[in-house]
Ligand binder design. Structure first.
Ligand SMILES: *[C@@H]1O[C@H](CO)[C@@H](O)[C@H](O)[C@H]1NC(C)=O
Ligand SMILES: *[C@@H]1O[C@H](CO)[C@@H](O)[C@H](O)[C@H]1NC(C)=O
Length: 498
């Protein structure tokens, strides 16, 4: 059992990054002329004959996801096409196109952009981190839906956190539970991962404390982030001892044997043993958003250390019970938090309550248990689709259902309703304007590094979202006109104010 876990965990943490890597390696081993790159310039698009671009030959058929409800007997030529706009994330191999057989229906999927303007192309799937308004597929065709896959930090693309940005998409898979295909517990592989026995016993932790180990660990290598976590931790460090090993607020060197695995997300056993010695782990996400929770939170729980957490405002909804994590927002000041941590450090019985959930009878959160039990995608679980393929199939089934409803409606408009339009809203992402990690924004000096980056980035992405909305409304086909549209919006706003 241990051996299996040992292998599973590294893959879990690589997540999509690993997949990207794998896809890249796979492509890299193909001869150049088979690379799906450089697909097409806008100019060339007209030169392609729609049907020849997707000849039957190109499709390897996989039936692994075909559900019992899938009676789709159509040939590849008749299936709707889903286009992965962010080709680097195309979750198939080899080739750039494939037939997928999903729970109730089938589709063709491709990363080949030459199908962008085809009638048969029903949906375009985007990877949120790579989505750029100035590279959007335009003109946006009325019959095509857009689907968004975004499981990464909100800081990667604030465009998606604004109403005009997220409403461009009809289907979403994000970390938020409200999204169409939620990825909320993506960093929690399983219930067993939570129930893993405590790595370093309380007795041993106490011994290490007597030897001079600090009660609190901080390890970050990414310092300039929207959550501005260093500003908070710096304040906290005035009141309680913190060992900080990463690049940010470093006050201790890493032992030599760890130096090449010093990234905070490493799951190397030596690294894991090293961090497991601490009673408390500062676990502050790089961006704050409802339901955005990463390994920073789940790893200390896995190891039996207590996370001191800031990230999702509704994190308590997912904790094993009401007493397993310390939430920074529950304390009025860093000093009050430090006092509480010191109290727990001195009172073993009180500290031990935070790790009671290692006994399954103390996991009382029914929503957590049910979500882990019922989610249809797995994390390194061969019996379930991964979430990329899972979302792709969700979109496929949605599109086939919509297309069928449209056909029924067209045949007999008097007897049937047209399918209702569906689009995302701010509950699918909607991360708030970044605010300082400690103190009020008005009190920051004008040359503050964080102030100069993140609030601006947030508002500039609103401009871009509005600019793209305007491009689409004007049926533009050249996305590089974005800047002109943004300017026009600014000008007409200024006029309105006069
Ligand atoms: C998809 O979303 C757009 C808005 O961004 C909307 O105009 C369109 O009607 C939606 N399509 C469907 C099929 O729901
Ligand atoms: C939008 O633009 C495309 C090509 O640029 C054109 O074929 C189409 O007729 C336009 N649609 C409308 C509603 O103007």
């Amino acid at each position: 059992m241990m051996a299996v876990r040992g292998r599973l965990v590294p893959c879990v943490c690589l997540g999509v990054l690993g997949l990207l890597c794998w896809v890249w390696v796979s492509f890299a081993s193909l001869p150049d002329d088979e690379l799906p790159l450089g697909s097409l310039d806008a100019v060339d698009r007209g030169a392609f004959q729609p049907q020849s671009a997707l000849s039957e030959m190109e499709f390897a058929s996989i039936s692994s996801y075909r559900g019992p409800g899938n009676n789709d007997r159509r040939s590849n030529k008749e299936l709707p096409i889903l286009l992965w706009w962010s080709g680097g994330l195309f979750p198939h191999f080899p080739g750039d196109s494939e037939r997928i057989d999903c729970a109730i229906s089938s589709c063709l999927v491709t990363s080949n952009r030459k199908v962008q303007l085809y009638k048969r192309t029903a949906s375009i799937i985007f990877y949120g981190t790579d989505f750029r308004a100035y590279e959007a597929p335009l003109p946006r065709l009325h019959h095509q839906t857009w689907a968004l896959f975004h499981e990464e930090s909100p800081m990667n693309n604030y465009l998606l956190s604004h109403g005009p940005g997220i409403r461009l998409f009809n289907y979403t898979a994000t970390f938020r539970r409200e999204s169409d295909y939620p990825l909320t517990l993506q960093w929690l592989p399983s219930l067993d991962y939570l129930l893993e026995p405590i790595a370093v016993s309380l007795e041993e932790k106490k011994r290490l404390r007597r030897e001079g180990l600090a009660p609190v660990l901080y390890m970050q290598s990414h310092c300039d982030v929207p959550s501005d976590r260093d500003r908070y931790v710096q304040e906290l460090m005035k009141y309680i001892e913190v060992d900080s090993y990463g690049k940010c607020l470093n006050n201790k060197p890493l032992p030599e044997y760890l130096e090449d695995t010093s990234t905070a997300t490493g799951e190397d056993p030596k690294f894991m043993n090293f961090v497991a010695r601490y009673k408390f782990h500062l676990a502050l996400e790089n961006g704050l958003c409802p339901d955005y929770m990463t390994e920073k939170l789940w790893r200390p729980l896995h190891q039996g250390c207590v996370p001191v957490y800031r990230g999702s405002f509704v994190v308590k909804d997912w904790m094993p019970n009401g007493h397993s994590a310390i939430i920074i927002e529950d304390f009025p000041t860093p000093k009050a938090l430090a006092d509480f941590l010191k109290f727990l450090d001195d009172n073993d019985d009180e500290y031990a309550k935070y790790i009671q959930f290692k006994n399954p009878s103390h996991i009382t959160n029914a929503q957590l248990l049910e979500t882990l039990e019922t989610r249809e995608w797995g994390v390194n679980d061969m019996s379930k689709p991964n979430y990329l393929n899972g979302f792709e199939c969700y979109v496929c089934d949605q599109e086939n259902t919509r297309l069928a409803a449209e056909r029924v409606y067209k045949k007999a408009p008097k007897k049937n309703q047209p399918p209702q339009p569906k689009m995302a809203d701010n509950t699918h992402m909607g991360c708030p304007l970044p605010s300082p990690g400690y103190g009020d924004v008005q009190d920051l000096p004008a040359d503050d590094g964080w102030l100069q980056i993140w609030p601006q980035d947030y508002w500039q992405s609103l401009d871009q979202a509005e600019g793209l909305e305007s491009l689409i409304r004007h049926n533009e086909s050249d996305p590089s006109l974005l800047w002109r549209h943004i300017q026009n919006i600014a000008v007409s706003r200024a006029r309105g104010k006069q």
